[in-house]
Design a protein around this ligand. Structure first.
Ligand code: SAM
Length: 401
């Protein structure tokens, strides 16, 4: 056994590159050693662990070990008990073969176990706060998890969506102030899965000083959410019935979330966020009907003559216009895939972070105007942000409906 393979084995565990390892050919055949041991990374209470699955006499038993324990156990098992190991890493499938004297031969083959991205990255692991295996009270109450922390089969998509959302929030947390109470608003919160998730992440897990307000038109969902927040003891999470465009109870907010708020309700939410000087905006638009009715242009006939293409094009154009307007007034904007498009076409998330520069970016404003002219459109958001944009008399709101 060389120092080198021991070092390598520990590194696979510590870097998260170990996707799976199968140890076989026990040195003793008297049944005191499991015929095979399979090692896989698992998430337990938000942290990376390794599960050792021992196969003996037709039964499997398990041990979940921390990184450090796993690295040590892997080396021990290979030194003392097994003569062969197949270790799948993102870069290679590596076979370790041990002679009777314990000398190791190492064979590398092309990887079959998954890409580097698929390997558990430590930073990523830390961001995934809602791990299976530990019951998260709001997920249990919302019927996503069982009381012992298992996600219901039919709720896997929702669970993934919530985690994805939290990961995307985590990336922009550095842009939020830390020295005072944060105000976060969720416009069109509906049943508020993601609002509860946000509260759980920031207030419960991270103990941040904040309040979250959810607003929706529907009195029944607001009553449901208010009751649930009370039951969970989430005292800084409140819900109100109201229309986004009419909401006037705040003077400022740090973060505005609006997920699947219909058509121009998204624009009203974006305009409120800008008006409040929100540092972070997370918006998943939905039902972009406004531009569907407006877009025209002879050269666009190949798209506009097909209903499906027109609908998709109008949705993309709506969000492109929104993004460019936000950039024009000083936000840094990213368009992200919210969840796997297999589950819903409404999967685009506009993530905007307020930049340091004040004033309008004329370059972005010109880009926006050229785009608006090309499509003969007059998006609501532009009208809502009029007092922040340069005067634009000749073409202004050319296609208002
Ligand atoms: C498709 S649901 C999305 C709910 C939740 N945000 C989510 O992503 O699961 C859209 C919600 O937006 C609400 N909504 C639509 N227009 C609104 C408006 N102008 N003001 C407040 N809420 C609105 C609806 O009542 C509905 O609950």
């Amino acid at each position: 056994m060389s120092e080198q393979w021991q070092q390598q084995a520990k590194e696979w565990v510590q870097t998260g590159d170990l996707l799976q390892a199968t140890l076989s050919q026990p040195r003793r055949k008297d049944g005191t050693i499991a015929a095979k041991t399979v090692i896989r990374p698992v998430q337990i209470r938000g942290g990376l662990h390794y599960q050792f699955e021992y196969h003996a006499a037709g039964k499997a038993s398990h041990d979940n070990l921390t990184e450090e324990e796993a690295a040590q156990r892997l080396v021990e098992l290979l030194e003392q008990h097994y003569r062969q190991a197949l270790v799948k890493t993102p870069d290679a499938d590596v076979q370790l073969l041990f002679s009777k004297k314990g000398k190791a031969a190492i064979l590398r083959k092309p990887p079959t176990g998954g890409s580097k991205q698929a390997a558990p990255q430590h930073n990523r692991q830390k961001q995934r706060v809602l791990e299976q295996g530990t019951a998260v009270p709001f997920l249990v109450e919302l019927g996503i998890m069982t009381a012992d922390g298992k996600v219901h089969d039919k709720k896997q998509d929702k669970y993934r969506q919530i985690n994805r959302f939290l990961e995307m929030v985590t990336d922009v947390l550095p842009y939020l102030p830390e020295d005072r109470e944060l105000t976060i608003v969720d416009f069109g919160c509906g049943k508020s899965y993601l609002t509860f998730a946000l509260y759980h992440l920031l207030a419960v897990e991270q103990q941040r000083n904040l309040r979250i307000i959810g607003l929706d038109l529907k009195a029944d969902v607001i009553a449901f959410c208010s009751e649930l927040a009370e039951k969970l003891g989430y005292d800084k999470l409140t819900f109100q019935v109201g229309d986004i465009a009419q909401y006037g109870e705040l003077e400022a907010a740090d973060m505005v979330v609006t997920l699947h708020a219909c058509d121009t309700a998204t624009d009203a939410a974006l305009a409120k966020a800008v008006g409040w000087g929100a540092s972070v905006i997370m918006s998943v638009p939905c039902c972009q009907h406004e531009l569907f009715r407006q877009i025209s242009g002879d050269a666009l006939a190949p798209i506009l003559s097909q209903g499906l293409l027109k609908e998709r094009f109008a949705a993309l154009a709506t969000d492109a216009a929104r993004g460019t307007l936000l950039e024009a007034i000083g936000y840094k904007v990213q368009m992200l895939e919210f969840i796997d498009p297999e589950h819903t076409p409404k999967n685009l998330l506009i993530r905007a972070v307020k930049g340091n520069k004040s004033g309008v970016s004329l370059k972005k404003w010109e880009e926006y105007k050229a785009f608006r002219q090309l499509l003969s459109i007059g998006p609501s958001l532009e009208r809502m942000l009029l007092d922040r944009l340069p005067a634009d008399t000749p073409q202004q709101n050319a296609a208002q409906t």
